[in-house]
Design a protein around this ligand. Structure first.
Ligand SMILES: NC(=O)c1ccc[n+]([C@@H]2O[C@H](COP(=O)([O-])OP(=O)(O)OC[C@H]3O[C@@H](n4cnc5c(N)ncnc54)[C@H](OP(=O)(O)O)[C@@H]3O)[C@@H](O)[C@H]2O)c1
Length: 443
């Protein structure tokens, strides 16, 4: 295991942007608190950036440079904090540090989702470790909980709101009745969405985080490609309104559930959840992760899922865990990390049994509802509720249907048949419904 550091602990900080500058702030402003609590002191030996000129306010205060390799190789550096982002260059730099036996703390979910297994394995070969609390849920200590606090539990499900941007947009659409584009524009103006928000609104960012969280929770290797992903781009304000009428709220959920013995259902998609589910109250840029452990039951981890100081909080906690030796010991001893576990047995999405919300645009003529019900019935799908507002005869009208549990593959087939009806204007909208576990049912 990584040998104990000599004091003060030498740090190479790769990246001093949003998160990196938060780490610098905590280490400077809380130096005394950290020393008192942990007995440790830290010395930032290098701060590596792309362009030193951009950091004029730190000139002469921070040891700025652009040479990441030299920073990593420096003998005075005991630990490397990777807060640059990106995968190719960053992956090589992390490998370099690990080969030197230096522990790495990273916030980089994209890199871990892509190469986590190889990097963990490399760390193990060189008797060091990787800490990655900040990669999921920003400041929420969910990695620590899954790898320590919940160890006694067989985890049965993990359901998270883990993408702040999507949650900001859906919250605005829900509360103000805005359309997607208007809500996205506001999120950009307020700094909650990037100029190119694709990674966030497509559900990919949530899927990368789910890959990391599910690997730890279920002790299997989960690749991003194992996860069925749908984003929020096509969520229409009208569906949010209908959902509310039926008692539901629409959220982008990252879901990992144990189904059929040890098979895992892994998915990210807009989901209707009951208005009395605790996740329905998670608003704006907040994140929350619901975990069901067989012994504990339900636990909710809630907090700021991104931002300078919350994310830096997670990075500094990791730094301390590594320096104290608790993180390296857990990394060495526990068989929960993806390089020590088998690939996940993933339930194909078409085989998933789920409830659905359908919105059809149908012509209000005699027999249309019967035709739709027949198409569903032919595929073994039964209706739970039907909602239609009054319109003039012969007009096109939205018809909303919720179903009982049905296989996703059967639903796809039924939708093809429904969209082929002359009385229906395709495409029919289909969102999944997630019922809360009984424990939290309304009595
Ligand atoms: N922002 C959040 O709220 C948040 C939350 C959770 C996780 N994360 C993760 O944390 C990481 C950092 O995010 P961030 O928001 O802090 O990014 P950021 O503000 O863009 O900062 C990136 C920093 O890395 C430096 N950098 C980038 N590429 C470099 C290279 N090739 N060589 C040297 N320096 C390089 C940049 O230098 P310059 O300053 O010269 O441009 C900048 O200082 C990412 O992996 C991100 O996914 C971020």
């Amino acid at each position: 295991v990584t040998s104990p550091p000599t004091e003060p602990i030498g740090i190479a900080l790769l990246g001093c942007g949003v998160v990196g500058s938060g780490v610098v702030r905590i280490l400077a402003e809380q130096r005394e608190l950290l020393r008192r609590r942990t007995g440790l002191t830290f010395d930032v030996r290098h701060v590596v950036v792309r362009d030193v000129k951009k950091h004029a306010e730190h000139a002469g205060i921070l040891p700025l440079s652009t040479d990441a390799q030299a920073a990593i190789d420096d003998k005075r550096v005991w630990i490397v904090l990777e807060l640059m982002g990106g995968t190719d260059v960053t992956g090589e730099l992390i490998e370099r540090a690990l080969r030197l036996g230096k522990p790495v703390v990273t916030a980089n979910k994209s890199l871990l989702a892509e190469k986590g297994t190889q990097l963990f394995s490399l760390a193990r070969q060189h008797e060091t470790c990787i800490a990655f609390e900040a990669s999921c849920g920003g400041g929420i200590p969910i990695i620590h909980a899954l790898s320590t606090g919940l160890l006694a539990n067989r985890i049965d499900a993990l359901v998270g709101i883990v993408n702040g941007t999507s949650n900001v947009i859906l919250t605005r659409m829900t509360r103000s009745g805005w359309g997607y584009e208007q809500a996205l524009d506001e999120a950009k103006q307020l700094g909650f969405a990037e100029a190119d928000p694709t990674l966030d609104v497509s559900g990919r960012d949530a899927a990368q985080k789910l890959a990391i969280l599910a690997s730890l929770a279920f002790n299997v290797q989960v690749a991003e490609a194992d996860i069925h992903v749908e984003g929020i781009e096509l969520v229409d304000a009208v569906d949010i309104t209908f959902a509310r009428e039926l008692g539901y709220v629409v959220k982008l959920l990252a879901i990992a559930e144990r189904r059929d013995a040890d098979r895992l259902s892994l998915r990210v998609h807009p989901t209707l959840i009951h208005a009395d589910d605790v996740l329905s109250d998670v608003a704006g840029s907040f994140n929350a992760i619901s975990v069901w452990g067989h012994a504990l039951g339900h636990a909710l981890f809630y907090g700021r899922g991104a931002g300078q100081m919350p994310t830096a909080s997670a990075v500094v906690s990791d730094l301390i865990g590594v320096a104290l030796g608790t993180t390296p010991l857990a990394f060495k001893r526990l068989k929960i990390f993806p390089d020590t576990t088998a690939p996940a047995d993933v339930l194909p999405f078409e085989q998933l049994e789920t409830r659905s919300y359908l919105r059809l645009t149908a012509r209000d003529v005699p027999g249309v509802l019967a035709e739709i019900a027949e198409a569903l019935g032919r595929n073994g799908i039964s209706l739970s509720a039907v909602l239609q507002h009054e319109v003039d005869r012969g007009q096109h009208v939205p018809v909303v249907i919720t179903t009982h549990l049905a296989r996703e593959g059967s639903m796809r087939q039924a939708l093809r048949e429904i969209d082929a009806l002359t009385t229906v204007r395709p495409p029919t909208v289909c969102l999944r419904i997630m019922d809360q576990p009984k424990e939290f049912g309304v009595s």
